[in-house]
Write a new protein. Structure first.
Length: 572
């Protein structure tokens, strides 16, 4: 009987950058080809098992850990710290199947880094894993099968949040509390329905990881079985929503989207794009970041404007190309200045591009298309939101500079006797670790107005979250209500002192019953200061901002609040 093997398998694309894959080396990162040992192999048994294979092997490079010198400083030069070595190997398999040559990669150790980033199907392992976990499942059953152990997800909001949620025993998928409106499913670990065939556990991400009896001669047959599983639709009965965002594979479209990205970056138009580490970082260590295009300049975070300004200073921004984004590296350094992570800048980019009436996302070096039906449903929801008639002034441009958010809030509060400035008035409560922003402007008509500048996803996510958190605590926390009441009274006193008008005293604090908050009498207003250029909300918001807005509006309405938005134009 074959020994049990743990294998991680990627399904490789048939074309890369418009070129049909016909050679093994095409799927390997060109920068690694000079550093690997290459071995050819062939299995020519019966037709069912026939396949070709090529091995790419990186010899280990033992290195002393960065903390060894620190130990010797305290305990002498005879201290020897154990050296570590990273082993990497990838077997690329070519299988004749259904009138075509199918390519797969089996990776070992750090072997996934030998593959070209654009050579494999994104999300392939997730669909394979779901199909195996829920094979022949009845989605109409009263109870779902408890076969999931871990779920990896990414929430794109004010900050991109990467989470791994693991249960102490197999559980239903719903146990892990994913928000299918906002979370992108990045990985799933569970128990296959057919354990005899596929083993006791399957892990699906971009690759699929299995532990099952396997001999080298079985690789071709395993590839064919996986190809069939990947094309099953069992997962759709429960997880059709994961296809709301689909990978773009058409080479002409990829080229068009890449060119559009470069045009925007050359112009310095970075609002639609952001940089973020494409993996979970261990922040327990001191981490700084730098770019290979401008090494030596370190910062505490990855910031796209830093990268573009570096290129501008070097006089190379106008010549920026996709090849540069893939060649330039973003590096994470530890406290000793050693590189602990390194990624192509292109892989760290995220954002969105509108093209021919469709919305495309760039995420971790890959482009995705938003399902039209899903986007239409989302746009219909956002388009139905009410614009608040509250009278707020436009934001001024002064000496070609936009008014600061703080200055605008002062002007907005002073524009009406019904408005009270609460900007920067925060409240600390025992149930939260950081101060809570009440709102920027409170009206005597019980409108909590939250103001943010720019139509940028990160800024808007902060805005939507600020409105929700404040409203939630207003309803649920006696401590918060008491603190807000005091802040409002203090703000009224400042207004009385500034204007000499005693009628301001009690006008706002008296508009609410602080002992029995009625959310139906309160309106949460999201006010966005931007160059709207005649656009309505649904046309101006980025995709992920629409997703986040819908979630927060749903939550606020469930609590009983009224919710609206306000467009504030920037004018000369």
């Amino acid at each position: 009987m074959a020994a049990r093997r743990s294998v991680s398998v990627y399904e490789l694309k048939s074309t890369i950058e418009g070129v049909r894959v016909s050679d093994f080396d095409q799927v390997i990162d060109p920068e690694t080809l000079t550093d690997v040992e290459v071995h050819d192999a062939a299995a020519t048994v019966d037709a069912e098992l026939a396949f070709e294979a090529k091995l790419y092997l990186v010899s280990p490079d033992p290195r002393e850990p960065s903390w060894a010198e620190f130990l010797r400083d305290g305990f002498g030069e005879d201290v020897e710290a154990a050296q570590s070595a990273a082993n990497s190997a990838a077997i690329v398999v070519r299988v004749p199947y259904r009138n075509a040559k199918r390519y797969f990669a089996f990776v070992f150790g750090m072997g996934r880094y030998l593959l070209r980033r654009d050579s494999y199907e994104r999300g392939y392992g997730v669909k394979v894993a779901l199909n195996l976990i829920y094979e022949d499942d009845d989605p109409g059953a009263s109870t779902a099968p408890a076969r999931v152990r871990r779920v990896d997800a990414k929430t794109v909001a004010q900050n991109t949040l990467r989470t791994s949620r693991q249960a102490n025993r197999f559980a239903t998928f719903e146990t892990f509390g994913l928000d299918i409106q906002r979370d992108l499913l990045g990985g799933v670990t569970g128990e296959p329905s057919d354990k005899e065939t596929w083993g006791a556990r399957v892990v699906g991400r971009d690759s699929v990881h299995l532990s099952l009896p396997l001999e080298f001669r079985d690789l071709g047959a395993l590839c064919k079985r996986l190809w069939r599983v990947a094309r099953k639709r069992d997962y759709k009965a429960r997880f059709e929503w994961i296809d709301n965002v689909r990978s773009v594979d058409d080479p002409d479209l990829l080229r068009e989207l890449s060119e559009a990205l470069i045009v925007d970056l050359r112009k310095g138009e970075s609002d639609a794009f952001e940089l973020a580490p494409p993996q979970i970082i261990d922040w327990e260590t001191e981490v700084t970041f730098e770019f290979s295009s401008h090494s030596g300049t370190k910062s505490s975070d990855l910031v796209l404007t830093d990268y573009l300004e570096n290129l501008q200073s070097a006089g190379t921004l106008d010549e920026l190309a996709i090849a540069d984004l893939k060649r330039h590296r973003a590096r994470a350094l530890d406290g000793a200045g050693e590189v602990i992570h390194e990624w192509p800048v292109f892989r760290c980019l995220s954002g969105e591009i509108e093209r021919s009436g469709k919305t495309y996302l760039l995420d971790e070096g890959a482009f995705f298309e938003i399902d039209r039906g899903y986007l239409a449903e989302l746009d219909s929801y956002v388009g139905a939101l009410t614009e608040c008639p509250v009278d707020l002034p436009a934001s001024q441009m002064i000496d070609e500079k936009e008014q600061t958010e703080g200055d605008y809030n002062i002007e907005a509060a002073n524009a009406s006797a019904n408005h009270l400035l609460l900007d920067k008035e925060t409240v600390k409560v025992t149930t939260r670790t950081s101060p809570i922003e009440i709102c920027d402007v409170l009206t005597a008509d019980r409108q909590f107005i939250h103001v943010k500048r720019k139509l940028q996803s990160s800024q808007l996510s902060h805005l939507f979250s600020q409105g929700y958190v404040s409203a939630d605590l207003l309803l649920m926390s006696t401590e918060y209500r008491s603190a807000i009441r005091q802040k409002v009274q203090e703000a009224e006193q400042k207004r009385v002192e500034a204007t000499g008008d005693e009628t301001f005293r009690g006008r706002f604090v008296g508009s609410l019953d602080w002992d029995a908050i009625d959310p139906s009498q309160i309106e949460v207003v999201y006010a966005i200061v931007a160059k709207w250029d005649g656009r309505i909300l649904v046309d101006a918001l980025p995709f992920f901002s629409k997703v986040n807005l819908r979630r927060h509006v749903d939550d606020l309405r469930r609590m009983g609040y009224r919710v609206s938005y306000k467009r504030i134009e920037v004018i000369p």
